[in-house]
Design a protein around this ligand. Structure first.
Ligand SMILES: Cc1cc2nc3c(=O)[nH]c(=O)nc-3n(C[C@H](O)[C@H](O)[C@H](O)COP(=O)(O)OP(=O)(O)OC[C@H]3O[C@@H](n4cnc5c(N)ncnc54)[C@H](O)[C@@H]3O)c2cc1C
Length: 374
């Protein structure tokens, strides 16, 4: 009995120390320019680096902090983000590291990866070890924790096909949860993480904070088939493989080379990758469009709808390469909006609205932004 009492006291004491350490590591008025790939300047009134899951639990268990800073913004690599103003609550910067094998069979492996791991490093880690399935997603910027948020995708692959489950802090119930692949509600550039909101201090807040993603990857190379239907991937991977048969590393190398030739490096020119989502239209709408624009690129979907290429719409509407002060449209790829420096997120959003209106006026199709706008 006495022992149990002592254990309780020690546990409370440790929790008290942890919570107060969290309080003391909170920084104030932190410049976020280096934390977003668009390079827009905004400040975080409060900023907390989350280096372990316990930091997050301690943050939400602290009553003072809870009341003062419940308006939270979760930050990963800042590569899918347009900051238009200062963040008034707390920025929680996900920086946890760690890659842990959970279990494996002769054909598959399950690996848990901490939210703060760099996405591209994780992809290369898999390629070095012969874990297959992520090679088409090489060189996408950002963190592992953000990959389920918009179900990242590129070159015919979406990350949803490799996710077993996701560990997250549920802000609605104040508990840790494990969401199965089905519970994540994955769709094109979408998931439950973009749909379930809490309203805190009048601000919409994402319900879940992802701390770990568990992937299920193929190990048995005899079951692997390269996915190379998009663009020049097949030709480039074949040439890289030479006399060998094509392996995952060749597909990744081809995609890295193609991406480097087409997309601006955020370290050189601020951007958030593709700015507009490809709009989805009905077959009837497509037929009407084709009557006036017979070459419109379109991709039929499993549910009988059709995806059309937003970049083509923007280019045809005449915006490719245009510049308006500090912001503009990338000269080599109309889907990418860029920040030349010295501008503000508001300027970019005004340009995005102008482009969206211009596309609507020409095609009667509305395109909408992919990045999160704060
Ligand atoms: C040059 C370039 C190319 C790109 N190419 C692609 C591409 O091919 N395909 C593609 O899909 N995307 C692409 N992107 C977009 C971007 O890289 C991805 O969306 C990436 O997953 C964002 O990760 P991040 O860590 O930078 O997220 P952030 O920008 O930090 O955050 C994005 C959103 O996710 C939320 N979030 C971040 N981490 C967590 C977490 N741990 N838990 C809960 N919510 C979280 C944030 O609150 C925010 O709402 C590209 C971006 C750039 C700059």
């Amino acid at each position: 009995m006495v022992e149990l009492y002592l254990i309780d006291i020690i546990r409370d004491h440790l929790n008290f120390i942890k919570v107060n350490m969290t309080l003391s590591s909170m920084q104030h008025n932190v410049d976020l320019t280096q934390y977003n790939t668009m390079g827009f300047t905004a400040h975080a009134v409060n900023y907390l680096a989350i280096d372990a899951d316990d930091d997050l639990a301690a943050f939400f268990q602290n009553n003072d902090l809870q009341q003062a800073h419940m308006d939270c913004f979760v930050l990963g690599g800042g590569s899918n983000l347009v900051l238009t103003r200062d963040v008034t609550g707390a920025v929680l910067h996900m920086r946890q590291r760690g890659i842990r094998i959970m279990d494996e069979s002769s054909s598959h492996i399950r690996v848990a990866v901490a939210a703060g791991e760099v996405w591209h490093h994780w992809v290369m880690h898999c390629i070095e070890r012969g874990w297959l399935g992520l090679e088409n997603l090489a060189l996408i910027p950002g963190s592992v924790g953000a990959c389920p948020v918009q179900n990242i995708g590129a070159y015919g692959v979406e990350v949803k096909d490799t996710i077993d489950h996701v560990k997250a802090w549920d802000r609605a119930q104040h508990v840790w949860v494990h969401l199965s692949n089905a519970e994540c509600g994955f769709a094109y550039r979408d998931s439950v993480f973009k749909k379930e909101w809490l309203i805190v201090s009048g601000q919409p807040q994402s319900r879940y904070i992802i701390t770990e993603v568990v992937f299920k990857l193929l190990k048995d190379a005899s079951q692997w088939r390269p996915k190379m239907a998009y663009g020049d991937v097949a030709a480039m991977a074949t040439s890289l493989a030479g006399s060998e048969s094509i392996q995952a590393k060749h597909v990744a190398q081809a995609i890295i080379a193609i991406r480097q030739s087409k997309l601006p490096d955020p370290a050189v020119l601020g951007n958030a990758g593709s700015f507009f989502k490809n709009p989805i239209v009905s077959v009837q709408q497509l037929e009407r469009l084709k009557a006036s624009f017979p070459t419109i690129p379109n991709y039929p979907q499993a549910d009988a709808s059709v995806k059309i290429a937003a970049g083509w719409l923007v280019e045809q509407a005449g915006y490719k390469g245009m510049r308006d002060g500090a912001v503009g449209v990338y000269e080599k790829q109309a889907l990418v909006l860029v920040h030349h420096g010295g501008g503000q997120g508001r300027d970019l959003m005004a340009l995005a609205q102008r482009i969206s209106d211009g596309v609507f006026a020409k095609f009667a199709v509305r395109i909408s932004p992919e990045p999160i706008v704060y």
